[in-house]
Design a protein around this ligand. Sequence first.
Ligand SMILES: [Cu+2]
Length: 454
Amino acid sequence: MHPRRNFLRAAGLLGAAAVSRAAQAAVPEAPTQSSAATQPPLSPSAGRPYNPVVTLNGWTLPFRMNNGVKEFHLVAEPVVREIAPGMKAHLWGYNGQSPGPTIEAVEGDRVRIFVTNRLPEPTSIHWHGMLLPNGMDGVSGLTQPPIKEGKTFVYEFELLKSGTFMYHPHADEMTQMAMGLMGMFIVHPKNPRFMPADRDYVFLLNAFDIEPGAATPKVNTMLDFNLWCWNSRVYPGLDPFVARTGERVRIRFGNLTMTNHPIHMHGYHFEVTCTDGGWVPKAARWPEVSIDVAVGQMRAFEFDAIYAGDWAIHCHKSHHTMNAMGHDVPTMIGVDHRDVVNKIMKLVPDYMVMGERGMYDMKEMEMPLPDNTIPMMTGFGPMGPIGMGGMFSVVKVRDDLPRGVYKDPGWFKHPPGTVAYEWTGALPPAARAAQPRSDARTLVARKPNGDHNH
Ligand SMILES: [Cu+2]
């Protein structure tokens, strides 16, 4: 069932009981989500207005108001997460999914967050980046006792500033984060006209190490992960970011992997508008085409979607746009090993080596894969194999996309004469002449003040 209806039904039941003292004291309903599809933005049902975010392949946790306090209920529990079609992982998450639902509230709100532990070991939640009373900081052993199995804890604090935050356990962190326990926490500005965006996307960067054919991550891996995810999802399982031409688009993300990720977007330069510490004033923003996000950091960038098209967005570490099986493959470029491979494959059916011309062939190959894994490089576009996995998606900007619609509009229809094409005639004269240096000199000489040092 849709999480919102689930929640409203629960809220209705409370209303029928005339919001008795007992009902107010009760733990709020904990809606769950079974789908890995991007859910539409959840407009606030009460309290101050805001422009809700859209969580990439995720959802927002509904709240209830209780005497002016916004109440949420997170349940830490084992979940099954579809990493991409064809592969399901056994992770730990919140309310049915990993990552957990995005929490959204407004600067100045008082929030009360119930956290129930249905994991097989103690946990806690740290509200990453928040300004709050020390005892609400969620570091088990330091600021609170751990939340034991089966117990529910309450966190309550005022949201002193708006921005982009995360939540994650501070108890057996290595295991619990490697298993997928994490989520985003968005605090909207009190003034809904402050830095408004038409579309506001958010996701987490996370990574898993799951042997092809297995479903549970290896939790002691430090660097050699084989699934580089956005919101526990890899390409081609990641939904596109869609926008209508002319809209202001914000993309926010937080990094809870074990390494940094230079996130690169094609077709635009963008402005970095929000960091861990808060919003960046206009005069202090810097233009970028890639923004590196270190471990534990949050970043947001914005752009005016003025160029229609299907623009790639991805981590620029090339190993992070590949899926499982990417690491133990020997490099065979330049080696003609076809005979050897055929002989070995008769003995070891799953044997695989890199092609002697590179790995492009693998994109088209129908290789026998173990159950429950996804090809290393995959995804088909309108022009052929895309050959990407992992941290890769597409920003789809369209003139005819209705406002407020997040459905995938399909592939871009290029205007005539705007697509790279195969040249089938003779080389053009300029290419044959091959004298680019004289052109460069001419350009420099033509500059009136001799300013050619850039
Ligand atoms: Cu990366």
